[in-house]
Design a protein around this ligand. Sequence first.
Ligand code: FAD
Length: 783
Amino acid sequence: MLRLGAQRLRGSPLRGSPLRGSPGRPRSVSGCEGKDNPHLSAETRWKDRAETVIIGGGCVGVSLAYHLAKAGMKDVVLLEKSELTAGSTWHAAGLTTYFHPGINLKKIHYDSIKLYEKLEEETGQVVGFHQPGSIRIATTPVRVDEFKYQMTRTGWHATEQYIIEPEKIQEMFPLLNMNKILAGLYNPGDGHIDPYSLTMALAAGARKYGALLKYPAPVTSLKARSDGTWDVETPQGSMRANRIVNAAGFGKELFESDLDRIMEHVEAAMEMVPVLKKADIINIVNGPITYSPDILPMVGPHQGVRNYWVAIGFGYGIIHAGGVGKYLSDWILHGEPPFDLIELDPNRYGKWTTTQYTEAKARESYGFNNIVGYPKEERFAGRPTERVSGLYKTLESKCSMGFHAGWEQPHWFYIPGQDTQYRPSFRRTNWFEPVGSEYKQVMQRVGVIDLSPFGKFNVKGQDSIRLLDHLFANVIPKVGFTNISHMLTPRGRVYAELTVSHQSPGEFLLITGSASELHDLRWIEEEAVKGGYDVEIKNITDELGVLGVAGPHTRKVLQKLTSEDLSDDVFKFLQTKSLKISNIPVTAIRISYTGELGWELYHRREDSAALYDVIMNAGQEEGIDNFGTYAMNALRLEKAFRAWGSEMNCDTNPLEAGLEYFVKLNKPADFIGKQALKQIKAKGLKRRLVCLTLATDDVDPEGNESIWHQGKVVGNTTSGSYSYSIQKSLAFAYVPVELSKVGQQVEVELLGKRYPAIIIQEPLVLTEPARNRIQKKGGKDKM
Ligand SMILES: Cc1cc2nc3c(=O)[nH]c(=O)nc-3n(C[C@H](O)[C@H](O)[C@H](O)COP(=O)(O)OP(=O)(O)OC[C@H]3O[C@@H](n4cnc5c(N)ncnc54)[C@H](O)[C@@H]3O)c2cc1C
């Protein structure tokens, strides 16, 4: 029931008409004005050439101009169609928080806040930054679990964060109704900034360091030129740019005020903070916020368009602007991202991201803004897209699907009669046993998995070998063979991991994970153009389906369907051949991420269902069955196979990630990152990836948990799983070199509890090719 304040509000004569102090953009700012501070006034200059043209004068575009100019880039030009902050920025609430549930974005929040703290002093422009701290409130036990989960993910970051008891919450915020409150997540240093003044301060800084901020100057046309530069048109004149950064925001004006629509939330706020009932609402701003399908912005260079970068789709642009400006500026200036921020890669979306999908997701994202964020979370709106595999219809009712770059891929298969619901949890949940059965299926018999979401590229042409030798740290495989290769950044970090199959002389099939398809393609295409290589690069991801068949009986089952000799000596590990499986043409690669005997079968996507059917029929006697990516994860962890994005990324070098075997520092080609890696090796490593086991109760590591030693956080896990072979949890983790020896004891924090863990000799389970080698030599198998 509404009490005093709300009743007054509902009956207010102001309702429906502009409220007191109707929203308006601040025209002046406290502190210094244009006449006192030369860096605050608009410019009358124009330039015909620019190194970088930034489109959009919101907080994000202006922050990038500030960072680029400050870092020394000449000819930075920002074009704004109206006036600075005219888009979303001027009407944002301006909340600034250190908290972000993601891993890398915490760094962006941190960098923003550290910049905002000193901006006023640097630019002479008041920014209205207040940092009283914030408390997130838990009123349910699952929310308390989420806080504990978040604590362990924050422990190895610079951000300060604490779980606090109800008594402490009340002491810090006496106005709160303490009914139902179980705990709080406290971030000191969180606060509020005036978004308009912040942007003006960044603008003052940008001008001080030499950037040109031009408005009104709407960009009306962009034309890409064959030399990679751009022609930029505005009514005020045109300009040639070496690089474009689109920071044009959402482009929507305010909506009509609609208090009724948010009344439910206003009442909830009044319930939590009863004093609000006595408050008058003097102003309502109904401003559009951008909601991308996953609520994250798109930041970075765009695949398929040279020298075109984006910084768009910000739902929380005020807190992101400072850090993102720095991140992008570093990337533009140094040719590689300063740290891993793969979740913001604009190339995570593709042609499958239709308007229909985006609209469904935007609605879902808005509604899900504050829901509990589970590990392995799935969101179902807008699915399936048009990008389904040829097996989707066959498998849809049999399994719980996960969403991967537009595709649906089986995560785990239902056991008849058992719970088939999607039940996310911070602890083991209803897929624990089915995944265990799939694990056994692959270890003891034979399993089939739909791997169609893999990114797939065909590379050929007279310079293909030279290009790949320059891109990859491994040697080029011989014709008819495959290897695992890494693309490194100039600083020697891992940009990508692909399998490279040399199909015929000079023609290659490159395979990458679903999440890295366009991310990898952009890098390959860019290097090909930069070096003037004569190659043809084709993205064939949507043309090919992929079936993985793995387990000890795989050979027996597939041999029934092909005249090709599949015996170990004739079809060797990592060999690739074109053959027919029951008359269906496939490219077969003897490789499996399960580490068991297996083949990946690449085929025309329209043949997927037929191929699947013949294999399943042929394998009846051997007890063939499906398995999904959760079982695959458990299998690969036991074999100590690293995963791109977890064990290796732009924050790690391949030596600390234990990938030395794949990096050929003595190959003749001067591959990207080679020199840097030699230096890293010469200096010695500071940390190392290790495998550890731990006995827990009902929870397994997911990755990004804190590792403790003698009361201090010393590292972090990168991924984890239950090991069905030893009935314990298993994880990869980065620890300091001095703590990386086998037998070293550490602790892993999971949901507020520190579990004793021990570093083991990897792999926990030998791979099939390794077991085979040992058996052939007459040695003993570890299993
Ligand atoms: C009600 C509300 C509350 C919010 N609260 C918060 C909060 O508490 N914390 C937080 O972090 N975020 C908050 N936000 C989100 C935040 O406002 C935005 O994420 C942020 O302002 C986006 O900044 P931007 O620079 O990307 O875009 P914008 O501010 O929209 O700037 C884009 C600019 O590009 C210009 N432009 C467009 N097209 C062209 C063209 N062709 N040529 C030249 N210029 C062009 C536009 O005029 C505009 O000025 C809130 C938003 C709303 C609506």
